[in-house]
Design a protein around this ligand. Structure first.
Ligand SMILES: Cc1ncc(COP(=O)(O)O)c(C=O)c1O
Length: 422
């Protein structure tokens, strides 16, 4: 049981005086605690409370907090410096490993965040197709880039037809001319748009599992049809694997479903929380990224701290037993649903063991709208708040749980016991 959060509270008040919202990211302004650090599957707040963490740095921390092997490797590497304005062997090793394990990536460029990977993906797609419009899935979050930051989680799911709705203010004028948002798992609408707007559409961005809405799964026939349709209409298909990459298997969602994209965005689990992301894909597309063509540039892209972290993470993940990770996650997911059922609350779980979402209601959502309309989102907010007070951290809005390789069966049992008792 969390005893008190006085220190967290007064710290958040103090930092709010100099940092807007008391956090360096808008999503984090909702937080009621400040953190002193983590250890494996656990997180500790400023008041010394212990939490079992299922948020895991928004899914980045696949090996657990403070992984000693990764940290030691990073430390040894950066003794020689962190940022050089020259290419390092570490960059080569990371990129080589990404190419080796990714089903569709022949060449790759590194950057610092998923948002930056999306910007480069869009530029490549526009350059190669001559189109200027992006299609994205309602409820996907493909990063903060003006054009893509529409109809993301949090927008009113009742009025999506009148969208797209931006996530905030200050975007480029006329930005809506460059974005069309469509529901997940709806092939007919996609086909209508692609056929009626031939030559205008450059790219389809898609999280192959809706990681930003309770891990809603794709219908496999839908995913195959999206692939075929993009090929047929000459539109670039980008799988945003920032959440699924290296998490739903070493080969990500593409390995899981056996369906490849033209370009792939990676981030998060790639370096267990160190800032790195990647955009990769077919050789003929990636070769467009060069001086005078597609712009992709950043002072810290390929910095040694992040690349050495990624090197070690990928090496550990290559030897890791995902089956046991999935088994633990499924046990937790099913266990939560069973315990909710015991008190008369009907719920579902979506996704797979290392990344699943709980939705309260009697049917599985298939897209953002059905999640918004048919699930009791408020009840989930209440449940997750109670859990937080008992030392279990999970997403309080989209119902998402991440698991790391540091979570043990004991952590799962402790979590389920708390669910049962409260
Ligand atoms: C699926 C997905 N794509 C892209 C991003 C953006 O990544 P970043 O926050 O590193 O810019 C996120 C962030 O949560 C994400 O979940």
């Amino acid at each position: 049981m969390v005893k008190n959060i006085h220190r967290s509270k007064s710290f958040l008040e103090k930092i709010s005086k100099i940092v807007p919202g008391g956090a360096n990211s808008n999503v984090r302004t909702r937080n009621s605690i400040a953190v002193s650090g983590g250890e494996g599957a656990l997180l500790f707040d400023l008041d010394g409370n212990r939490y079992i963490d299922y948020i895991l740095g928004f899914g980045s921390v696949i090996l657990g907090h403070g992984n000693e092997t990764v940290n030691q490797f990073v430390y040894q590497s950066i003794k020689k410096g962190a940022s050089f304005a020259f290419t390092t062997e570490s960059e080569y090793r990371v990129c080589k490993k990404i190419v080796e394990v990714s089903p569709s990536v022949e060449m790759v460029r590194l950057c610092n965040s998923g948002s930056e990977a999306a910007i480069t993906a869009f530029r490549i797609a526009k350059t190669v197709t001559g189109g200027s419009v992006a299609i994205k899935i309602q409820g996907d979050y493909n990063g903060g880039f003006d054009i893509l930051a529409h109809d993301v989680p949090g927008v009113d799911g009742d009025n999506l037809d009148q969208g797209p709705f931006p996530i905030g203010t200050g975007f480029y004028k006329d930005v809506k001319k460059s974005i069309i948002t469509i529901p997940f798992n709806d092939i007919n609408l996609l086909e209508n748009i692609l056929s009626s707007k031939k030559g205008e559409i450059a790219v389809v961005f898609m999280e192959p599992i809706l990681g930003n809405v309770a891990a809603i799964m794709p219908n496999l026939d839908y995913l195959k049809a999206v692939r075929d349709m993009c090929t047929h209409y000459g539109v670039i298909l980008v799988f945003d694997e920032v959440k699924t990459g290296f998490r739903v298997g070493l080969q990500g969602a593409q390995g899981l479903f056996g369906i490849n994209s033209d370009l792939t965005m990676y981030g998060k689990a790639l370096a267990n929380g160190f800032p790195i992301a990647a955009i990769g894909g077919k050789k003929e597309l990636m070769e467009l990224v060069r001086p005078g063509k597609v712009f992709h540039c950043g002072t810290y892209y390929g910095n040694l701290a992040s690349t050495s972290a990624a090197e070690m993470v990928l090496s550990i993940l290559s030897e890791s037993d995902y089956t046991s990770l999935f088994r633990k996650g499924e046990k937790l997911a099913q266990g939560i649903c069973d315990r909710l059922m015991q008190v008369g609350i009907l719920s579902q779980w979506n996704g797979i063991g290392s990344m699943f979402g709980i939705t309260i209601g009697d049917s599985k959502p298939i897209d953002y709208k059905t999640w918004w309309k048919n699930t009791d989102r408020k009840l989930w907010v209440n449940i997750s708040e109670i859990m937080r007070n008992y030392g279990i951290l999970s997403d309080d809005f989209i119902g998402l749980f991440f698991l790391s390789f540091a979570h043990t069966d004991e952590h799962i049992e402790e979590t389920l016991k708390i669910f049962e008792e409260t």
